[in-house]
Design a binder for this molecule. Sequence first.
Ligand SMILES: [Ca+2]
Ligand SMILES: [Ca+2]
Length: 300
Amino acid sequence: MKNLKIATFIIAILMLFVQCENESIIDTNNLESTIPNEEILGDKTDLLKSVNESILNKVYQNRDAIEFVYTGELCGLNVTGMYADATAYQSLHHYFFNGNEGDIISIYVPRTTIGFDSAFTLYFGTVDTELIYVTSSDDVIADAFGGCFSDPYIGDFTLPYSGTYTLVIHEAAHCGYPMGYEIITTGINCNDADFDGCQNDEDPYPHSIMTETIIIDGIDTGVENIFENCGTMSDEIQDIINQINDQYTGDNYYTLHKKLSSEVSKLTYYWVKERKITRVERSKISTAIWKSNIPYSIGS
Ligand SMILES: [Ca+2]
Ligand SMILES: [Ca+2]
């Protein structure tokens, strides 16, 4: 009797286990469309090479034929996507995120359907500009479905530049449709618009002017644009310019132009006092301010 109870208990546990297993099995349509690993011909390295050359390079070389648009932004939240059929590569999925040089990030793109041999390539730049290859990943972490090959992952990756990055989700070996995926990232920070290390909500100048030198209305003063406390000297000058522009009615140009000159002069007086700039540099800024066409109104 005791043995029967133990046997019943074991059977119950086994049934529970089988049930759990069943829940994780995905629909059979996907299973049927999957090509087992051993049936994929050729060496994967060659496949990858040909994929990269024939698809990605071709796509990027024929930019006019391709719609270069972003599918979405990566901003710390997990993102899901799907390539439904063979037309997928007419519209490669591009995602963007902003990063600072030295940021340490991770990107993991597990498949959500058994047929997708997911892979990704990371570029610096945007789809509207030049894309500079940074890194790529393919078979790193075994997929949850026992599908073909493995899923891509990069961990503890140090971003080499500050600016916008573009992540392209693509396949490596073709294993079947649909091709679903999830993008899981860490270390991507969407709250520092000007990449100066200060979070937007704590940054007095969330869109700092980061030029190397102070440029006023197109006139390069040649004076170093010092960055301090989340802002730059150009930010402080721009604040004054914005205030002056706000007061412009269309017939008070000379009054405001003089006021601008006097306000900036007060600011640069303190910069000299604090030894941030020299007297010569102060006069270069004054000259640029005087030559500038400020105030102005947009469209005038
Ligand atoms: Ca910032
Ligand atoms: Ca800033």
